[in-house]
Design a protein around this ligand. Structure first.
Ligand code: AMP
Length: 203
């Protein structure tokens, strides 16, 4: 019997605009390799649904497609990311960090510990046209409140203004790798496995 393949890199960030497939790919990789999947968007939607203080602070921003303030996000996510990082299990960050100041905060917390800090920041590159198509399809499928036509446009602008500069940030740290996210889901997974240094398990 063949065991699951191994990967060489276990600490990754998926960095991409809405609709690029971060969540889908993060779920696949985390379940295949036992990595902890941390999605700031999912965590926020849970806080909103539970009516917590964070949820109440975040819900209008979520509905408009604006970013939730850095302090709120850092409060909610940073300790969780640090705990996951130090657990040694490996982790996938999906949707966090999303601003340079969030990335700096993460680097400040973990950057001095090379054995727990990110090993790779993967940019999933997808054309605007394809992103719009996928987000509208998701709206139809899942009915997410922020997948409406005008909110989608706004979220893409927010990505360009506030998140895109992270590409240069991680490039400077020597961590950035770009993967063509416009292929089929299976092809993207295969490309990601390649970046992560997957090799078949010995039998
Ligand atoms: P996502 O599920 O990653 O598309 O995130 C959905 C929404 O949650 C975003 O449009 C933002 O309003 C909010 N959000 C998620 N992650 C962050 C973050 N790291 N910083 C600020 N806002 C965020």
């Amino acid at each position: 019997m063949h065991a699951a393949p191994h990967i060489r890199l276990h600490r990754l960030l998926l960095l991409a605009p809405p609709g690029a497939g971060k969540g889908t790919q993060a779920k696949r990789l985390s379940s295949q390799f036992g990595l902890q999947h941390i999605s700031s968007g999912e965590l926020l939607r849970q806080e909103v649904a539970a009516g917590t203080e964070i949820g109440n602070l975040a819900k209008d921003d979520l509905a408009r497609g604006d970013l939730v303030p850095d302090e709120v996000i850092l409060d909610m996510v940073l300790s969780r990311v640090c705990a996951a990082a130090r657990s040694g299990r490996g982790y996938i960050l999906d949707g966090f960090p999303r601003t340079v100041s969030q990335a700096e905060a993460l680097h400040q917390e973990l950057g001095s510990e090379p054995e727990v800090y990110l090993e790779v920041a993967i940019h999933l590159s997808v054309s605007r046209e394809e992103l719009r198509r996928r987000l509208l399809a998701r709206a139809h499928r899942e009915g997410r409140a922020d997948d409406t036509r005008s909110t989608i446009e706004h979220r893409l602008e927010v990505f360009d203004g506030l998140t895109e500069p992270l590409l240069a940030f991680y490039e400077r740290q020597g961590l950035l790798v770009t993967v063509n996210g416009e292929q089929s889901e299976d092809q993207v997974t295969a490309a990601l496995l390649d970046v992560l240094g997957a090799r078949p398990a010995r039998v």
